[in-house]
Design a binder for this molecule. Structure first.
Ligand code: GLU
Length: 385
């Protein structure tokens, strides 16, 4: 069996991401009925072979925009949110309708970044999705567009799908796209661009194939797919980018259609580590000295003695970013102290803690179990001040 078919065959939980362009007819603003029917046939086949399937579907804005007569691409955020409010119902109704033809029940899940960032909400969302899966339901996930703002948006469903895959410990994420995978350059502009079938590690060279990071604002570009690949593979899931334009795209994939496979990191992090490494909105950071960099690299805890400065706001239990003296994020972890206490304790030995913060807290600022070393990636890790 070919490698890609084998990945699908061996997966027990698969997240499938579907973009608006594949699902919604641009002219009519309606769901493409033949296409969705064909995809649902594939999904029903996966379900009947005992797999759990989660759909991450875009399309609410494309559908709602047409109904509201907001045709321009330059519509304002509020208008997009209004469009999403109108379109989301229709979108999920379509999925429910076509899945029901195979006696499969659909369940709607709307997520905001906060739901996957804040530990408590993350655990709730995960428990709900897992329960739906155990009940045989196919959850249909989208971003909760009506309540998010630019600052707190996922912004694109590629990354949302990768976070969902990580959240529920899926083994495989499939991004159905209008292209059959990753190319060394944009094949529309470079006729010598080479298709890359197998990506073991997401190196800087691979990242550079995604084009400019700005493209990630126009959701659906290759840059956001590579960002998704980083999130998914770090969370222990393999990721496939394949052509979704034809009908029954998953059958085509299993029959050997060309696609790109990103292999999950060989040592999957524990669920806790995944969550720490994947946190998006970090409100605080600390800078540490070379001795502490070495210590945490050797698997030791981070002691306040090695901290040279503290920035931002955080409370005990928050994920904070750990930077080296060149200001590169090298690790993340759950802080045992608030930013105020961390500031008071930095550079000090633990014997003096009680007299400084008024209680004898933990000796570590971040315990080794709560600390994750970060893989350095260029786009996400620009040195900052
Ligand atoms: N959540 C948006 C929608 O449903 C789409 C975002 C995306 O496609 O990346 O229209």
């Amino acid at each position: 069996m070919k490698q890609l078919a084998e990945k699908v065959h061996n997966a027990s939980c698969i997240v499938i991401k579907i973009g608006s362009a594949l699902l919604v007819d641009e002219k009519t603003g309606l769901v493409k009925s033949n296409w969705i029917e064909s995809l649902v046939k594939d999904i029903a086949f996966l379900k009947s072979s005992g797999k759990q399937v989660v759909i991450v579907s875009s399309g609410s804005i494309a559908i709602g925009r047409k109904i509201l007569g907001l045709s321009s691409n330059m519509i304002k955020l509020e208008e997009k949110q209004a469009a999403a409010a109108v379109g989301q119902g229709k979108l999920v109704q379509s999925w429910a309708h076509y899945l029901a033809q195979h006696n499969i029940t659909a369940g709607q899940i709307l997520l905001a970044p906060d739901d996957t960032e804040t530990r408590r909400r993350h655990l709730n969302a995960r428990a709900t999705i897992k329960t739906l899966l155990d009940l045989g339901v196919v959850p249909v996930v989208n971003e909760n567009d009506t309540v998010t703002t630019y600052e707190i948006r996922f912004g694109d469903n590629d990354r949302l799908a990768a976070r969902v895959a990580g959240m529920i410990s899926a083994d495989l994420l499939i991004l159905l796209s209008d292209i059959d995978g990753l190319y060394s350059a944009d094949p529309a502009r470079h006729k010598n661009a080479a298709h890359i079938p197998d990506i073991i590690q997401i190196t800087d060279e691979i990242l550079s194939m995604g084009g400019s990071a700005n493209a990630s604002f126009a959701s659906g570009g290759m840059a956001t797919k590579l960002a998704a690949a980083q999130i998914a593979t770090n969370a222990g899931a393999d990721m496939i980018i394949c052509d979704g334009l034809s009908e029954q795209p998953l059958t085509l994939l299993m029959n050997g259609a060309r696609a790109s496979l990103f292999h999950s990191a060989t040592e999957p992090h524990t669920a806790r580590e995944k969550w720490i490494a994947g946190a998006l909105d970090l409100t605080g950071s600390i800078k540490i000295d070379d001795g502490a960099v070495k210590a945490i690299g050797d698997g030791k805890s981070l002691l306040p003695a090695g901290v040279t400065s503290v920035s931002g706001h955080f409370v005990r239990g928050d994920v904070i970013s750990i930077k080296n003296k060149e200001n590169y994020e090298i690790a993340r972890g759950l802080s045992n102290y608030s930013h105020i206490e961390a500031n008071q304790l930095k550079g000090r030995q633990s014997a003096s803690f009680a007299s400084i913060v008024g209680f004898q807290g933990r000796a570590e600022l971040i315990h080794a179990d709560d600390l994750v070393m970060m893989k350095l990636s260029r786009e996400d890790n620009e040195p900052s001040t």
